[in-house]
Design a protein around this ligand. Structure first.
Ligand code: AMP
Ligand code: MN
Ligand code: MN
Ligand code: MN
Length: 287
């Protein structure tokens, strides 16, 4: 049976492993098809494709786009995207500019809250200057401001807390349109993490489906049986196919690891049902 992990991060965003290190770990953990889906960046994909052949693993070119939908921050994954697509690349430049400006503002706000040099601190945790809240969180934990990653988000980096800065990311419609025009499939990442009411989730999935979205993540590392069942119900209700992925960032979190998650329920259509691999596993060309 082919093992798919369609959500993972590298040093191109807030993962701690380089694309090569990630691939070697995925291989050891029995993953056959790995999508690399860095936040608003495709800069790790070339190195990943170069390394995939020698490791005999199939790498899917992916991305995790930051989206604002009705003031909610949601994540939309693109799978099998053409990394040379101009419109997508242009949007990524814009998103990186938003990230840079937001990082400066987060640093200023934390300074006002009595935490010095947070921007420089966050930058030191980032290999490619694609600064996310995770980099600030790692700096804050290291400086002893909080005991764990979840603690630091709760105290400093979420809505209403000193280091939270709200920005307007790409719209849901635009995100799906960009992914589709780059030849990819759009997937709603970790639906249960948005803490939306059922009604709001249905409105969001209605909008997503209307603009051509393909799938939702039904299973991530750490999802409970109940969450998986609910996600599967939503997938079927909206005629969406089902994706699966760890959302791996770092070996430090023992609960989230490559290939470590429950199986997709039998009543959903896997997103890969119509993917056609060529005879070479390492080439990610699908017709
Ligand atoms: P950003 O896109 O810069 O707002 O950063 C979002 C990232 O922060 C997510 O992709 C997660 O990796 C991380 N994150 C968000 N909330 C938490 C949390 N409670 N605990 C650990 N990491 C989190
Ligand atoms: Mn992340
Ligand atoms: Mn995400
Ligand atoms: Mn992710």
């Amino acid at each position: 049976m082919t093992v798919y992990d369609l959500h993972s991060h590298t040093t191109a965003s807030d993962g701690v492993l380089t694309p090569e290190e990630l691939i070697i770990r995925a291989k050891h953990r029995g993953v056959h098809v790995l999508a690399i889906t860095d936040h608003d960046s495709i800069s790790g994909l070339q190195a990943a494709q170069n390394c995939a052949f020698s490791q005999d693993i199939s790498i899917i070119n992916g991305i995790e786009l930051s989206v604002t939908w009705k003031k909610n921050n949601i994540h939309v994954i693109g799978l099998n995207i053409d990394t040379t697509h101009q419109e997508l690349s242009n949007k990524l430049v814009e998103l990186q500019q938003i990230r840079q400006a937001r990082a400066i503002e987060i640093g200023t706000r934390l300074q006002k809250a009595g935490i010095k040099n947070a921007l420089t601190g966050a930058q030191q945790f980032s290999a490619n200057n694609n600064i996310t809240r995770t980099h600030f969180a790692r700096f804050l934990v290291k400086s002893g401001k909080a005991s764990s990653m979840s603690d630091v988000f709760k105290r400093y980096l979420t809505h209403g807390k000193p280091g939270y800065v709200s920005v307007e990311w790409v719209s849901l419609e635009n995100a799906v349109e960009l992914i589709k025009s780059a030849g990819g499939q759009a997937v709603i990442a970790h639906p249960a993490r948005y803490k939306m009411t059922n009604a709001k989730m249905k409105k969001m999935l209605g909008d997503f489906t209307a603009c051509g979205g393909s799938a939702i993540e039904v299973v991530n590392s750490g999802c409970t049986k109940q969450v998986i069942e609910n996600n599967a119900r939503l997938a079927n209700q909206f005629g969406l196919s089902a994706s699966i992925g760890s959302d791996f960032h770092s070996p430090d979190n023992q609960y989230i690891d490559l290939g470590r998650f429950s199986a997709l329920p039998g009543n959903v259509t896997p997103i890969w049902h119509d993917w056609k691999m060529t005879e070479r596993l390492s080439e990610n060309r699908f017709s």
